[in-house]
Design a protein around this ligand. Structure first.
Ligand code: FE2
Length: 425
């Protein structure tokens, strides 16, 4: 396959990209087309590496309304509701919902997902189901699984042994939820324990950490400490970190450099944070999202995750990482040109680094995974939640759609409408 006349996320225009044997063989202007090769004219549209979601819950997705909806909208009612649903889950339903979501993801150009999977269940039903799904989708989507003790690795009976069993079965990453343990001390102890398990097994760590409005929830400090102590540099991620929104500025001025020093990355989940946090506030209501621009300025890898789609915590969503990035951009007020580009990176290259994806990118030698967007730049892609024209993995087309086009039929003004066209005077 040869893609002609593409715009790349770094701003280069009129670039061709040659795919051979599933890899990117050449990138540059006016490449010669080998005999018999399929040629796609991008017509100046943006060719991006695929979207990556660094934080998701595929065991709960598409279960909205089962067995009821979350009335308060809080994290804690969501956890209780999930607890009601868990005994009713079947392997078949879990697999069916997860596969349906993966179809949505592919259509949106989302080709790598890190999903937490609840291990606080004697049967490990969701673990079995998602390991099965991981194999099923392997030809077209990278699914990385995190052993997530939703009810607390210390608080929930036998959760530690369930978590270790899940890792033995092939789950990739060690998860945790220190702010949900019974005490701050137990939370800190859970972080130590889980980091040591990861170090012993040579695994990465991704913890739900401080998903609360309580500014005194400081488990991220403990996570950075153990990442440093156990030499897990670049292998540990703190998800949510919403308490940082409410922390004292002086304390944060010490905390962020400690995270940077320990090589701890961060994932904010803007759609969910803006929905779930601040629920106990009157007015003003806090936004709750962690300090994304400040973390980025310190050189920390920051990604935006989707977290939830139609589940006990969130009733909306469609696997569109541009919607996620757009919400992140607004909540963080990252409206400068550089800020918006950084938000595009937060759903592409940054999460790819956090997941440790190999061969990701548009350089020669990378796997030929990319998405062609009906827009002329990353900023325009965010503005329009750009339509996905072509989704390719390993040089194989996974999804293709016609450009969006609307004919306006207005009195005295019949015209085709193009939202990407700049207004010139
Ligand atoms: Fe989560």
């Amino acid at each position: 396959m040869l893609i002609r006349h593409a715009t790349l996320p770094d701003g280069r225009t009129d670039i061709d990209l040659l795919v051979q044997d599933g890899r990117i063989a050449a990138v540059g202007p006016q490449l010669p087309a080998p005999e018999g090769m399929e040629v796609v004219d991008a017509q100046g549209c943006l060719l991006s590496p695929p979207f990556v979601d660094a934080h998701f819950h595929m065991d709960a997705t598409l279960s909205y309304g089962l067995p009821r909806v979350n009335r308060s909208g809080t994290l804690l009612e969501g956890i209780a509701l999930w607890g009601e649903l868990k005994p009713l889950l079947t392997q078949e339903a879990l697999v069916e919902r997860a596969l349906a979501y993966c179809d949505w993801a592919v259509a949106k150009g989302l080709l790598a997902i890190r999903s937490h999977v609840d291990v606080c269940d004697e049967r490990l039903l969701a673990v079995e189901a998602l390991l099965h799904v991981k194999e099923r989708v392997k030809p077209y989507l990278d699914l990385q699984l995190v052993a997530f003790p939703q009810d607390g690795v210390l608080r929930s009976p036998n959760a530690l042994s369930h978590l270790e069993r899940a890792l033995d079965m092939g789950v990739d990453v060690v998860g945790g939820i220190p702010h949900f343990e019974r005490t701050m001390a137990d939370g800190a102890e859970s972080v130590r324990l889980l980091c040591e398990i990861a170090a012993a097994r040579g695994l990465r760590v991704d913890m739900h950490c401080d998903e609360t409005d309580d500014p005194m929830s400081r488990h991220i400090e403990t996570l950075a400490f153990h990442a440093q102590r156990l030499k897990l540099h670049g292998r540990v991620n703190g998800s949510h970190l919403t308490s940082m929104h409410s922390m004292d500025n002086y304390y944060v001025s010490k905390l962020i450099p400690l995270m940077a020093e320990a090589g701890v990355s961060a994932v904010a989940n803007p759609l969910i944070n803006i929905t779930i946090q601040g629920r106990h506030d009157t007015y003003p209501k806090r936004r709750g999202m962690t300090r994304v621009p400040e973390l980025m300025a310190a050189g920390i890898d920051v990604a935006f995750g989707h977290d939830c789609v139609m589940d006990p915590w969130y009733s909306l969503g469609s696997g569109d990482m541009l919607e996620v990035a757009s919400m992140g951009l607004h909540v963080a007020q990252m409206t400068s040109q550089d800020g918006m580009k950084a938000c595009f990176d937060a759903v592409t290259v940054n999460p790819a680094r956090i997941l440790g994806l190999e061969g990701y990118g548009l350089e020669v030698g990378c796997r030929a995974d990319f998405v062609l967007l009906q827009s002329r730049s990353p900023v325009e892609a965010l503005r329009l939640r750009a339509h996905r024209l072509l989704v390719v993995r390993g040089g194989r087309v996974l999804a293709r759609s016609q450009p969006l086009h609307t004919e306006l039929c207005l009195p005295g003004r019949s015209t085709g409408l193009d939202f990407t066209r700049p207004i010139s005077r």
